[in-house]
Design a binder for this molecule. Structure first.
Ligand code: TXA
Ligand code: MG
Length: 328
């Protein structure tokens, strides 16, 4: 069983595996990542293989310190330094022009690279012990909800990866915000742990890529956002009024994903009901989101009816994921 509690000796072991070209799942503050040496194309190929990930979907490079940015990126604009000062370590990924040292397999053939510095001691210690940055996508089979605990990562990968470092449940639960600084004005390609409102304080005219619209010379998108994502096994529908939806719904085996405040309306109906947390505590809802989606896979449900959130603050990041889970 390749799950080890994260401590000095298991981190050392993980670093040895990565230095020898292996792949290791490790915790970050957002979700678990599946990491390899960013400068080792053969090791990176194993990540694509294990996830079943399309080769045109590039990976994020994880740094130990902002000083290392210049190793992997060039033409770094001044705004990048301001954002790094404010948000690193933390859930903000920057898209910058890449240096040649970044293999094409990492960047999906693009001339840019996605970089971030995770806010997790184990991740940072692992990168330090490996001695080079780690390229890591979220630790889940392509298209599935991201892994936010070690057991879930094991359920997806089993023994197909070399090791999982267990650090419990991740703090944020949704992935990093992706901000493209190679275009003017910069654009948010994926909403995440850092809110749009926070980014606007530094970049008032920041664009927001709408993942529901096709790109036609407009705002570019992260290549990965064109794929179906975050999908539980049963189809999911989003609604502002679950009770109304239930009245017209012919499916009997439904699951309900709602907030604590709204769950009381459904206690008289025999359904599979799962709470994400309090509607007043979006941090809690974000942290639980992927685990809740995955819980329905173990229940006999043919449809998941899910409560919608207002699209502000972390609610926007939650909704971006739920809308992708809803998409066929
Ligand atoms: O929080 C996170 O960001 C987690 C943890 C593990 O760090 N990682 C993560 O990686 O979510 P992944 O691979 O699941 O999502 C990365 C997204 C993909 O949609 C990919 O297309 C986009 O980043 N991306 C990577 N490099 C890019 C680039 N050069 N230009 C545009 N988008 C890029
Ligand atoms: Mg992912």
């Amino acid at each position: 069983m390749p799950i080890l509690k994260a401590n000095n000796s298991s981190i050392k072991k993980a670093a040895e595996i990565i230095k020898n070209g292996g792949i290791v799942a490790f915790p970050t503050e957002t979700v678990y990542g599946l990491g390899a040496d960013a400068f080792n194309p053969k090791a990176i190929a194993k990540i694509f293989q294990a996830k079943g990930r399309p080769s045109d979907n590039p990976l994020i490079v994880h740094l130990r310190t902002s000083q290392d940015l210049k190793l992997v990126a060039r033409n770094i604009p001044q705004i990048a330094h301001q954002l790094i000062e404010k948000f690193w370590p933390g859930p903000l990924t920057l898209i910058l022009k890449k240096k040649k040292i970044i293999p094409n397999i990492v960047s999906g053939g693009l001339n840019t690279v996605a970089v971030r510095m995770p806010d997790n001691k184990i991740a940072l210690e692992l990168i330090k012990k490996v001695g080079s940055p780690l390229a890591a996508p979220s630790a889940n089979i392509s298209g599935r909800p991201s892994g936010t605990d070690a057991k879930t990562v094991f359920e997806d990968f089993g023994n197909t990866i070399d090791l999982i470092l267990n650090d419990g449940k991740t703090k944020i639960g949704v992935e990093s915000t992706i901000l493209d600084l190679t275009i003017t004005p910069p654009a948010i390609l994926r909403q995440g742990g850092v809110t749009i409102e926070e980014i606007r304080k530094n970049i008032p005219n920041v664009l927001i890529a709408d993942s529901s619209l096709p790109t036609k010379g407009g705002t570019p998108k992260a290549p990965g956002m064109k794929y179906r994502h975050y999908a539980p096994k049963a189809p999911l529908v989003l609604t502002n009024n679950i009770s109304e939806y239930l009245k017209t719904c012919s499916e009997k085996r439904v699951g309900i994903l709602a907030t604590q405040e709204n769950i009381k309306h459904f206690t008289n109906i025999k359904k599979n009901i799962i709470s994400m947390g309090s509607r007043k505590n979006l941090k809690q809802c974000a942290q639980n989101l992927f685990a809740c989606l995955r819980k329905f896979d173990k229940l006999d449900v043919k449809l998941i009816i899910c409560e919608a959130f207002p699209k502000s603050g972390l609610g926007a990041a939650i909704m971006e994921r739920l809308e992708k889970a809803e998409k066929k």
